[in-house]
Design a protein around this ligand. Structure first.
Ligand code: NAP
Length: 376
């Protein structure tokens, strides 16, 4: 018997003006679920843009005013729900130090507190509901290997698994550094959730998905950011801007595969806590490919599908003439999510092509056509 099914009653999703949240609502709605789509501010441009899309989906109710920094703001949304998909986080556009009306104004503090304090508010609303049986949380590969200067040093060929934690063996001073707020927030939020689920005496349990860089088709403009935006920029012949103008690698995961895995995690009757690494599922590596380099591999895929476009080219040499060093990572290919949850992972080529196609359809980019080679 599935733990949760569309016949059991409504489910709620947090962060629905975002990339993962918007796709999560779509995935659940087309599988027959009645969905409460939690939005922070339906009058913001991201709010309006997402509501315009989400309200056209069947059996979706928009729940406005759900702010991670406001205790009690998820109570009405979760009342009577059987599951909560918690994708909201202070991230990207929402983490510029200006876009958190109830935040501190300090970007890193808001990133950290949005995870820990925000998720405590989500947990309190689950407890208040008395009906929620499962929380599915979106963590990050940052909670596995850390990021930036706090990235774990591992031997060549190390394959990240659900047993790896970014906090393992790290110098406490580096771990507490504000620049490491995101990874620390994800690790501490995972622990908070697991402890709260244990303390609920079986009323609800928790499952965590840990995605790499989330890519895939754009449903509405508010979803554009990070690598989705950069892949669009390359297709439009523009310079890349994030993380910088320089070439780099990322592990990617298709958002469609990611949200499907979230749904399967909610529906699965497996005892997730008893599986290797506990109730965590890494979501990185697509079809045996994992760390793609933006300026070579991603660019080559765009060229293959869109040969007439003049493409942008991330810089590979610094202003002082030094070659840019790029960091690779090893493939896990969602092994546990595939074997335990039945997750399916599409080839990265589909993901890259979908980003470019939807960027054009939604008017986000305007490709420049290359002059065809002429015979002499
Ligand atoms: N981006 C990635 O590649 C990536 C990789 C690994 C893990 N993750 C994790 O995956 C999850 C989804 O990421 P994403 O890329 O889909 O994020 P996203 O597109 O930036 O969306 C974030 C969502 O969180 C909401 N939010 C921000 N501050 C909030 C607050 N104070 N109260 C309520 N909602 C708030 C945003 O609402 P507003 O529009 O109102 O700001 C938005 O709906 C996050 O937990 C993230 O940490 C992301």
């Amino acid at each position: 018997m599935p733990a949760i099914s569309p016949l059991d009653g409504p489910v709620a999703v947090t962060g629905c003006s975002g990339n993962t949240g918007g796709h999560m609502v779509r995935e659940l709605a087309i599988q027959g679920y009645e969905v409460r789509a939690c939005i922070r501010d339906a009058n913001s441009w991201r709010g309006k843009d997402s509501v315009d899309y989400l309200s056209r989906l069947p059996r979706v109710e928009i729940m406005d005013g759900c702010d991670l920094f406001k205790a009690g703001s998820y109570d009405a949304a979760f009342k009577g729900c059987t599951a909560v998909f918690h994708t909201a986080a202070v991230l990207g556009n929402s983490a510029d130090g200006k876009s958190q009306p109830l935040g501190s104004g300090d970007r890193q503090m808001d990133v950290f507190n949005g995870g820990v304090i925000g998720t405590q508010n989500v947990i309190d609303a689950i407890t208040a509901s008395g009906s929620v049986r499962r929380l599915v949380y979106t963590s990050s590969m940052a909670a596995v290997h850390g990021i930036g200067e706090a990235r774990q040093v591992v031997p060549a060929g190390h394959e990240w698994t659900e047993t790896d934690w970014a906090s393992n063996g790290i110098d406490p001073e580096i771990w507490q550094d504000p620049g490491n707020a995101y990874a620390r927030s994800k690790v501490e939020t995972e622990r908070l959730i697991n402890e709260a689920a244990d303390a609920s005496s079986g009323k609800w349990d928790a499952v965590t998905l840990l995605p790499a860089m989330i890519c895939g088709p754009i449903l509405f403009k508010a979803q554009v950011g990070q690598w989705i935006e950069q892949i669009g920029r390359i297709a439009a012949g523009l310079a890349t801007t994030w993380l910088s103008e320089y070439d780099h690698y990322y592990n990617i995961i298709d958002v469609r595969d990611l949200v499907k895995a979230h749904r399967l995690a909610a529906e699965s009757s497996v005892d997730h806590r008893a599986t290797t690494g506990g109730s965590r599922y890494l979501m990185h590596g697509s079809g045996g490919r994992s760390a793609l380099r933006l300026g070579t591999e991603v660019r080559a895929i765009i060229h293959e599908y869109f040969p007439a476009f003049t493409l942008g080219n991330p810089k590979t040499v610094t202003a002082s003439g030094e070659p840019v060093t790029v960091q690779s990572s090893t493939v896990n290919d969602c092994k546990k999510a595939k074997s335990v949850l039945g997750a399916t992972i599409r080839p990265v080529e589909d993901t890259i092509r979908a980003i470019v196609e939807t960027s054009i359809e939604l008017g986000i980019i305007e490709p420049q056509l290359a002059e065809p080679a002429r015979d002499a």
